[in-house]
Design a protein around this ligand. Structure first.
Ligand code: HPA
Ligand code: ZN
Length: 336
């Protein structure tokens, strides 16, 4: 099964590039930029990654970013992740980043964009890895700040495949962000949003109705609302589920009790993703393997999850056709 899951052409739809920073890179960038760290060693960092909930993770996540200062840093961060992803059989990444978390530290939009876009081009040329960019807004910051950031990113709008919404969820409903998502849509940029991770099912409904999003990040709490589940199934709205993240942030007690089997049973369009691989114990392949261990799914189930991701990722139709053909070819007959 390892070989099968490794070979499966996997697309990652829910990945915060800042959450892909391994402690080794954090130390390297800290040294390069003369930024002090509160940790003495890589082991110290890993030990600190013991989270009680989403907020306790976010506190360290925003701290860790302090080492990112220049375009080169963003480039190196993304390339480090792309190389690891490619080695796990990932063929496409919808990469999300949080510009406000960098602007507030005095790191400009240009450095962020130029570094990330350079790495994305390098990944295409050197790793045959396609990528797309999602610019996310922090929902625990004022909606006016999201509007400012969207305007500030104007010169790069043509590089954005979507806008997103992340950070602390409970108590921060989607509604205030309707205007910025409407503006993005008017510029031809669709939306995705975290909803139903720690927040209630109503936030999923509001993300669809008020923000007009085309995918829901996480969404696992939809099961508390049967009418919502029916809508998500009828409309085949993709959910980007992050199994190991949900365990590490205590959305669920343990993977064996994760609602993934119930979500599948409900006929929802699911994908498996890593969220913040450096903080939550591994990348996409690790998440696939953990689900195999926990749920004993067969090859057909994993093939369908991988197909869902290829169908819903932000990529050209030519690339999608090629990767779907690779999926069917790589995984044998009966999969067409
Ligand atoms: O899992 C997450 N949830 C919300 N915001 C985030 N920002 C990075 N990771 C996450
Ligand atoms: Zn996330």
């Amino acid at each position: 099964m390892y070989d099968f899951l490794r070979a499966l052409p996997k697309a990652e739809l829910h990945l915060h590039i800042e959450g892909s920073m391994e402690p080794e890179l954090m130390f390297k960038l800290a040294e390069r930029n003369g930024v002090g760290l509160r940790y003495d060693s890589v082991e110290d960092v890993r030990e600190a990654y013991d989270f009680a909930d989403l907020q306790s993770f976010l506190d360290l996540y925003y701290q860790g970013m302090a080492v990112l200062q220049t375009a080169d840093d963003f480039h190196d961060l993304a390339m480090d992740y792309f190389q690891r992803a490619a080695s796990e059989g990932v063929v496409h990444v919808d990469l999300s980043f949080d510009p406000q978390a960098h602007l507030s530290r005095g790191v400009g939009m240009r450095a962020q964009m130029e570094g990330l876009l350079a790495a994305m081009e390098e990944a295409r040329q050197e790793l045959d890895l396609s990528t797309a960019m999602i610019m996310s807004f922090l929902r625990d910051q004022p909606a006016a700040s999201a509007l400012d950031v969207f305007e500030l990113a104007g010169p790069w709008h043509r590089h954005l495949s979507a806008v997103g919404l992340d950070s602390a969820e409970a108590g921060f409903p989607p509604a205030p962000f309707a205007e910025v998502f409407r503006r993005a849509r008017a510029a031809g940029i669709p939306g995705v949003a975290h909803a139903g991770e720690e927040g209630p099912p109503d936030y999923i409904r509001d993300a669809l109705d008020l923000l007009g999003v085309i995918r829901i990040d996480h969404g696992v709490r939809c099961l508390e609302d049967p009418a919502l589940v029916q809508r998500l199934r009828d409309d085949q709205i993709p959910l980007t589920v992050c199994p190991l993240s949900n365990v590490r942030l205590k959305v669920v007690d343990e993977l064996a009790r994760h609602p993934l089997p119930a979500l599948l049973e409900a006929g929802l369009k699911l994908t498996l993703n890593s969220d913040d691989p450096a903080y939550f114990g591994g990348g996409v392949l690790t998440n696939f393997l953990a689900c195999q261990q926990a749920f004993g799914w067969d090859e057909e189930t994993f093939r369908q999850l991988a197909r869902n991701a290829l169908e819903e990722a932000f990529m050209t139709e030519d690339r999608r056709r090629a990767l779907l053909a690779l999926l069917d070819g790589a995984t044998g007959p009966g999969s067409a």
